[in-house]
Design a protein around this ligand. Structure first.
Ligand SMILES: *Cc1c(COP(=O)(O)O)cnc(C)c1O
Length: 496
């Protein structure tokens, strides 16, 4: 029997990996998890045969995608990582900067780490459709806080049998991010601005997923809905790869010896990236601590410190908008695993989250969270300072999300004196957030300087080149102009 994907809330029948990828979210509102996760622990030496990023990717995916053939997996991996979509030879780069390493995940087609998964997800999905013998079309609906949207559009554009609609909070993304999305090409793409913040946008998309009328209507056109958010297991699994890749790269560089523990510092929003690290650890990767870094929206910091997940708090717009999130969907998968895969416990917490906006985990579970996760946050000033100081002292340019991680890591070391080697996940190109980065380095920019001048100015002053995908953005024609109120998010689907 093939390994099954089951729901964190317990009342969805088990599905194959292919079906789980197509479906995106379980019928009971839960998230799909691999029922065999706890049997995947491999000896570290089993990974030594992996040399390239693609080798690691094939090994990780073959453990999870049990109804894919080896040649299907190889095809997906090659298409994603070896067809020139990434500007560096390997899709990720590990940069040694003083006593820590930055794992740069932003050398893909949209200059943010979402590319690591969204260059491969479309291939996983078309293969999955083949595997289940589906003859229907798939409509991908995605809520984005900025980076997912563009990466998903770029990944799915012109993929046969698949259409994609991206919703973004109209005033919740950077100008470069918005321009990247509204200039999107491809006959199967649609981009919609929503009046509201990211949580409104994400909630609106979840409502569409649960709306039986809409789904029936789409069915008459032989179309089913799916998701490209990190609730989709096909989005999450490719993110496990770079944890292994970076660990073995540290070994190769003699920074550590095989078996040494490493700390991973992760700028966190929806808890997808850091959860992929947790899965890597379950598979045998020696990780001492995960440092979960937040911005002013520090709901995860409070949760890790107190066990209370409380969404009843102000929402802040920050310079790291991809982390301006109050409902971190993937935390559900962590709780499911840490509480011994007890779906009724998870469902209890999620029901409370939906009805009261708050839940408290029990002491035992909190103990398990704290054993492995440290939570901290950096406010706007600390973020700016981190960008400026790191550039001045180490000549390394960070985007605001990475800067949040760096600032939280420094506070962590001060507090704990933990000198375990650390890898900081660097999630976006600084040029994607050129305005904040520019201002962190040089103070307020002149009022008449537009974002594209800023980009050029930043490059000139720092000597760091503008990534290719952002170079020709200024002159690209706008192709998407729809803006809706949050209660009208479903109506745009009728026009497709
Ligand atoms: C999405 C994103 C994050 C947050 O990642 P999660 O998986 O949502 O925790 C951090 N930084 C950047 C630049 C992102 O695009």
């Amino acid at each position: 029997m093939k390994e099954q994907y089951i729901s964190t809330r317990g009342t969805q029948e088990g599905l194959s990996a292919s079906s789980a990828i197509i479906k995106g979210i379980a019928s009971d509102g839960g998230l799909f998890v691999a029922s065999h996760l706890n049997r995947m622990n491999l000896p570290l030496k089993d990974w030594l045969s992996c040399k390239t990023y693609s080798d690691f990717a094939q090994k990780v995916l073959s453990l999870f995608l049990t109804d894919f053939t080896a040649s299907q997996i190889e095809h997906c991996v090659t298409q994603a990582y070896e067809t020139g979509k990434f500007s560096s030879q390997e899709p990720v780069q590990l940069e040694d900067v003083g006593d820590r390493a930055f794992l740069e995940l932003y050398h893909g087609p949209t200059a943010a780490f979402k590319d690591m998964a969204l260059t491969i997800l479309p291939h996983l999905m078309t293969t999955a459709l083949k595997n289940v013998g589906a003859d229907h079309r798939v409509l991908i609906l995605t809520a984005t806080s900025g980076d997912t949207g563009k990466a998903a559009l770029e990944g799915f554009k012109d993929v046969p049998g698949i259409g994609i609609v991206v919703y973004y909070p109209k005033d919740g993304v950077s100008l470069v991010q918005e321009k990247q999305m509204i200039t999107q090409e491809g006959d199967n793409t649609k981009v919609v601005g929503v009046v509201g913040n990211f949580d409104d946008t994400q909630t609106g998309v979840k409502l569409i997923f649960n709306n039986e009328t809409i789904k029936a209507q789409l069915m008459t056109q032989n179309t089913v809905l799916s998701s490209a958010n990190s609730i989709n297991i096909g989005r999450l699994l490719p993110q496990i790869v770079y944890y292994f890749y970076s660990y073995f790269e540290l070994v190769r560089r003699d920074k550590i010896v095989l078996g040494d523990a490493v700390n991973y510092v992760v700028p966190t929003g929806n808890f997808g990236n850091i959860l992929a690290g947790y899965y890597a650890r379950k598979m045998g990767l020696p990780v001492h601590k995960f440092v979960c870094a937040s911005n002013n929206n520090c709901i995860l910091t409070d949760f890790i410190n107190t066990g209370v997940y409380d969404t009843k708090r102000p929402f802040y717009k920050t310079s790291s908008p991809s982390m301006d999130i109050l409902v971190s969907s993937n935390l559900e998968r962590l709780l499911y695993d840490l509480c011994g895969e007890d779906a009724s416990v998870v469902k209890g917490y999620m029901d409370l989250l939906n009805t009261e906006g708050v839940y408290r985990i029990d002491e035992e579970l909190l103990g398990k969270v704290q054993e492995l996760f440290y939570g901290g946050f950096a406010d706007e000033n600390a973020t700016k300072d981190a960008i400026r100081k790191t550039f001045e002292e180490k000549n390394y340019l960070m985007d605001p999300h990475t800067a949040v991680a760096n600032a939280v890591y420094e506070a962590y070391v001060q507090k704990t004196a933990d000198n375990t080697p650390a890898v900081i996940l660097s999630t976006a190109s600084p040029f994607k957030f050129s305005q904040s980065v520019y201002e962190s380095l040089y103070g307020e920019s002149p009022e008449d300087m537009d974002p594209f001048q800023q980009l050029k100015e930043l490059s000139q002053q720092t000597g760091v080149p503008i990534p290719k995908p952002l170079q020709d953005l200024e002159t690209k024609p706008v192709r998407h102009q729809t803006v809706v109120d949050k209660q009208d998010m479903a109506t745009v689907l009728e026009s497709i």
